[in-house]
Design a protein around this ligand. Structure first.
Ligand code: COA
Length: 224
C-alpha cells in the first residue's frame, strides 16, 4: 500500500487543497489556526457565512474555499462532523440536507433548486457536481429571456425544471461525477470517477460510465 507521507497540517489529507478547520473562537484563533492574517480573515468569513445560512451540527470542519449561498431561509442542515470544501448553493424554495460524517471535496458544487439529501457517512470526491435542477429553461426563447433577466434587462418569472436528488448513506461518489436531477443513489453504492448519473442506482452496487450503470456489488461489511 502506498503512503501519502507527512501531512502539512493535522487536519489536512491527500488530495485536499489545504486544511479544513473547526470553528475558531475569534479572529485571533482563526489566524493562529490558519497560520496568517489573510487566511485567518478568510476562515472567519467562511464560518460566518455557514453560521448565518445553515443549521450546523457539532464538529463540522470547513476549508478556506467552502462557500454557502443560501437563498432559501432555514433550509440548510449540516450534520455532525461533516467536512465541507466545496460550493453549496440553495435557490429560493430549495433545501439541502447533509448527514453526519459526510465529506464534500474541493470544487464540488451542490445546487439545490428543490431538494438535495445526502445520507450519513457518504464521501463526495473533488469535482463532483450535483444539480437537482436544469439551471436554465429548455425552451430557447425562455432561455434567452432568462439570460436577459440575469443581466437585469428584463423582470418576471422563469420556470426551471427541478427534481430532488437523494444520495444514500455510506455512498462514495468518485471524482468529477455528475449527478443529475431526480436521481436516487442507494446506500453503500460506489459511483466510479467521471460517471454521469442520470437514472436511479440501487443500494450496494459499483456503477460506472455515462450513463452510470451497475457493474458489480459494492463491499459493505457490518461494523465491528
Ligand atoms: C469505482 C472504482 C473504485 C472501481 O475500482 P476497481 O474495483 O479496482 O475496478 P476496476 O479498475 O477493476 O474496473 C472494473 C471495470 O469498471 C471499469 N471502470 C472502472 N472505473 C471506471 C470509470 N471511472 N469509468 C468507466 N469505467 C470504469 C473498468 O474499465 C472495468 O471494466 P472491465 O471489467 O470491462 O474491464 C474506481 O474505478 C474508481 O472510480 N475510484 C474512484 C477514485 C476517486 O474518485 N478518488 C477520489 C478521491 S475520494
Amino acid at each position: 500500500m502506498p503512503c501519502f507521507g507527512r501531512l502539512p497540517l493535522p487536519d489536512d489529507h491527500a488530495f485536499a487543497n489545504g486544511a479544513a478547520f473547526p470553528e475558531p473562537a475569534n479572529l485571533l484563533a482563526a489566524c493562529a489556526r490558519a497560520r496568517g492574517l489573510r487566511a485567518g480573515l478568510l476562515l472567519s468569513a467562511v464560518w460566518r457565512q455557514f453560521r448565518a445560512g445553515a443549521s450546523l451540527g457539532d464538529g463540522v470542519w470547513l476549508s478556506l474555499r467552502a462557500r454557502l449561498i443560501n437563498l432559501s431561509a432555514g433550509a440548510v442542515r449540516i450534520g455532525d462532523r461533516a467536512v465541507l470544501r466545496g460550493t453549496l448553493r440553495v435557490e429560493p424554495g430549495g433545501a439541502l440536507s447533509i448527514g453526519r460524517d459526510v465529506y464534500v471535496g474541493d470544487d464540488v458544487i451542490l445546487s439545490a433548486g428543490e431538494g438535495i439529501d445526502i445520507g450519513e457517512g457518504t464521501l463526495i470526491a473533488h469535482g463532483v457536481q450535483v444539480f437537482d435542477n436544469d439551471t436554465h429553461p429548455l425552451d430557447a426563447t425562455e432561455r434567452l429571456r432568462h439570460f436577459r433577466m440575469i443581466r437585469g434587462l428584463e423582470t418576471g418569472r422563469i420556470r426551471i425544471a427541478t427534481a430532488p436528488v437523494r444520495i444514500g448513506a455510506r455512498a462514495w461518489i468518485g471524482l468529477n461525477c455528475l449527478i443529475m436531477k431526480g436521481v436516487t443513489i442507494g446506500d453503500d453504492t460506489v459511483v466510479a470517477a467521471g460517471s454521469v448519473v442520470t437514472r436511479d442506482l440501487p443500494a450496494g452496487v459499483v456503477a460506472v460510465g455515462n450513463p452510470a450503470r451497475p457493474i458489480s456489488e459494492a463491499i459493505a461489511r457490518a461494523p465491528g
